[in-house]
Design a protein around this ligand. Structure first.
Ligand code: SF4
Length: 374
């Protein structure tokens, strides 16, 4: 296994002075919600399995203070696997020829929402590759229909980079939240992982625009991507602190053998979980999903994330026949289940680790968008 946190490599145990310094830094982060760069780096360079329970408990306690053991559920609809972008790690980027492409019509998306509504979900996450088929007009029509038929729901879009005008139109039509992972805050790594026509600066500008418009914004990054260093991950932490997103999605890099990055080792669960815990301490009130990628990496990856600070899960409500085609990485879980099965499975997992499901809209604790229909 290719750990980037060097002391996780084997049963390495720090001497007490190093362990104590890590505990002190975790306490400082808990209290001040920020560290110096070299202090974050010290944790990443030196942490072993011995100090992880202390970090995990600290992160869990912070989550509990604001959200207790509640887990918000979002119904996830993957509406299209067409994508014009060239993220070299992604199994549906425009260069991948081995995948059959699909897209859902607005009527089909509405059907998924209604199914999700009947299952109790009050937030829908509508996600897609960057597919120009979905024009502003089409999406505005979709949003209006969703909000008209289900006035008490929140809608989250995750449709990639768009112009500020487009984001504004989507916000005005009733979108509550927008997810756009920054993927990495290191310019060097961003440029390594993406096609040359993609722009690190534009990605950041999109995130600034989304915040400025008033969305609840989600950013996020991958852990363990090829050539990533601990310094790169520290950049992610500083960028998140500066941006102040309402949600942060953290997932391991998972290698897809039909992409340009084939043959690389995937990220690891312990490293991904350490970053989840650090982000909980950095942004105490943030909404933090136990991502599907964590569940794909390890059978109980998502449960482990809940126990260290995650508080959101996203059961899939896409049509079952399309799910396997949204293959951003290989061995993705939940691709053969029905929406009902996903609902039951997720509930069992949440309850199994002493948490409870919350079927409310699950806004960020500091920012509730009050609509006429609330
Ligand atoms: S990560 Fe997103 S934007 Fe990038 S290729 Fe995949 S679907 Fe497209």
């Amino acid at each position: 296994m290719n750990y980037i946190f060097p002391k996780l490599k084997k049963d390495f145990k720090n001497d007490d002075s190093i362990s104590n310094k890590i505990y002190q830094l975790i306490d400082k982060l808990t209290e001040e919600t920020i560290l110096e760069r070299d202090e974050f780096l010290y944790i990443l360079d030196n942490i072993t399995k011995k100090e992880m329970p202390y970090l995990n408990d600290s992160a869990y306690n912070v989550k509990y203070k604001f959200y207790q053991n509640r887990v918000y559920l979002r119904g996830l609809i993957e509406i299209s696997n067409y994508c014009k972008m060239g993220c070299k790690y992604c199994g549906i980027n425009y260069k991948v020829k081995t995948i059959e492409r699909y897209r859902l019509s607005i009527d089909e998306i509405l059907e998924c929402c209604k199914l999700g509504y009947d299952l109790g979900y009050r937030t829908f996450v509508i996600q897609s590759g960057e597919d120009s088929f979905y024009t502003d007009n089409l999406l505005v029509d979709m949003l209006k229909r969703i909000k008209k038929e289900m006035p008490d729901v929140r809608v989250t879009l995750s449709l990639g980079e768009r112009s500020k005008e487009s984001y504004q139109a989507l916000f005005d039509a009733g979108t509550d939240r927008y997810l756009l992972r920054h993927e990495t805050a290191s310019r060097r790594l961003y440029e390594y992982l993406h096609a040359s026509f993609m722009s690190f600066d534009n990605r950041r500008e999109c995130l600034s625009n989304l915040k400025e418009i008033g969305f609840q914004v989600g950013a996020g990054f991958m852990v363990g991507s090829p050539t990533q260093t601990n310094e790169d991950l520290v950049e992610d932490l500083f960028y998140l602190k500066e941006l102040g997103p309402h949600m942060v999605g953290i997932g391991p890099y998972l290698c897809h053998e039909d992409t340009e990055l084939k043959g690389n080792e995937s990220g690891t669960l312990p490293e991904s979980l350490i970053m989840v815990a650090l982000v909980r301490l950095l942004l105490p009130k943030v909404l933090l999903p136990a991502t599907t990628a964590l569940g794909s990496l390890h059978t109980i990856g998502r449960e482990k994330a809940l126990k260290i600070g995650a508080n959101v899960m996203m059961p899939n409500i896409s049509p079952t026949e399309n799910r396997a085609l949204y293959e951003i990485y290989q061995n993705k879980i939940c691709t053969t289940d029905t929406s009902n099965q996903c609902r039951n499975c997720i509930e069992g997992r949440i309850v199994g680790v002493g948490h409870e499901i919350d079927l409310g809209v699950g806004d960020h604790i500091d920012l509730e968008r009050v609509t006429e229909n609330d």
